[in-house]
Design a protein around this ligand. Structure first.
Ligand code: ZN
Ligand code: ZN
Length: 306
């Protein structure tokens, strides 16, 4: 006779799913590069979005390679510098030398490509010629989202250079320290940055749980499903997708605050990546703008000229 466990018994015996998933930088950027490439292949060949996805794949490859330039000791924050070293700084200050090194590596990795649009080539040249102080001030403007100081053409590359040390540093945090700050604000409990999208994870430990994904350090934190990630409303939510579009991505739209973030389903597609899939589904953003919804936060690798 087979004994069938009741749901409560299964839950009591099983390990509680984590509320925090710290990034694994050794996997993060390589997997993202592969995802960008796969999504670019699905898009129309020669379309501008496919070209941009290919460029972002090369950028993610360069991020992965740049991890080698990071000395773990450079990421160590002094006791008491920020919350006893358990929270990441909201300014580039402590990571400025790494950030500049990584940015240099990313710019040089992309500059050798022969297929860059002129605007991209010029943006990379501006970054190459900028002073250390100017780059640091610019990075801080991006982290604080001071829109009037942001150049949409260079922002994706600077943000990509920031993601590398922030993800590497987040990987070394204590999950329980980070967990204690979930819900303290809309932003990431590790670094304070707004999430880019959310993902319902389907691996062995996080089965069916939904996590918000930080646009900067890639930390993921739990949020109950059917909850607006912006205003926390649990009513008036709808899940919109494109007719004929991928089933693994929808927009969680809130009628209370009229905002949305996309939600990805690993059960439908194991390879979804919040940064890559959100960018590749721009058509959905256009549709949602027509419906009167606005993005709860921007994309780290695509900045609008505002
Ligand atoms: Zn973060
Ligand atoms: Zn809302």
């Amino acid at each position: 006779m087979r004994r069938v466990l009741e749901r409560g018994q299964i839950e009591a015996g099983a390990e509680r799913p984590p509320r925090i998933r710290l990034p694994d930088p050794a996997r993060l950027f390589a997997a993202r590069a592969a995802r960008f490439r796969a999504l670019a292949r699905e898009g129309a060949i020669g379309s501008s979005i496919a070209d941009y996805l290919h460029l972002m794949a090369a950028l993610a490859d360069a991020q992965h390679a740049a991890l080698d330039a990071i000395e773990p000791s450079m990421l160590h924050l002094d006791e008491g510098s920020v919350d006893g070293g358990t929270r990441l700084p909201s300014v580039v200050g402590p990571y400025a030398p790494i950030f500049r090194d990584v940015l240099g590596l990313l710019v040089r990795a992309l500059a050798v490509r022969g297929d860059l649009p002129r605007s991209t080539r010029e943006a990379l040249e501006r970054l190459e010629n900028a002073s250390a102080n100017a780059l640091e001030r610019y990075a801080d403007a991006l982290l604080a989202r001071r829109d009037d100081q942001i150049d949409p053409a260079t922002a994706p590359f600077v943000m990509a250079a920031l993601q590398v040390p922030y993800a590497a540093a987040a990987a070394g945090l204590s999950p329980s320290d980070v967990e204690s700050r979930i819900g303290a604000g809309e932003g990431c409990p590790a670094c304070g940055t707004l999430p880019v999208a959310s993902v319902v994870r389907e691996d062995a430990i996080s089965r069916g749980q939904r996590y918000l994904h930080c646009a900067l350090c890639a930390t993921e934190w739990h949020l109950v499903r059917i909850t607006c990630s912006h205003c926390r409303s649990v009513q008036g939510l709808s899940y919109l997708s494109l007719d004929g579009g991928p089933d693994a991505i929808r927009a969680e739209c809130c009628d209370r605050c009229k905002s949305y973030r996309k939600i990805l389903y690993q059960e439908t597609d194991a390879d979804v990546d919040p940064v890559a899939d959100d960018l590749a589904s721009l058509t959905l953003d256009v549709l949602l703008a027509d419906e009167g919804y606005h993005r709860a936060s921007g994309h780290p690798l695509l900045w609008n000229g505002r």
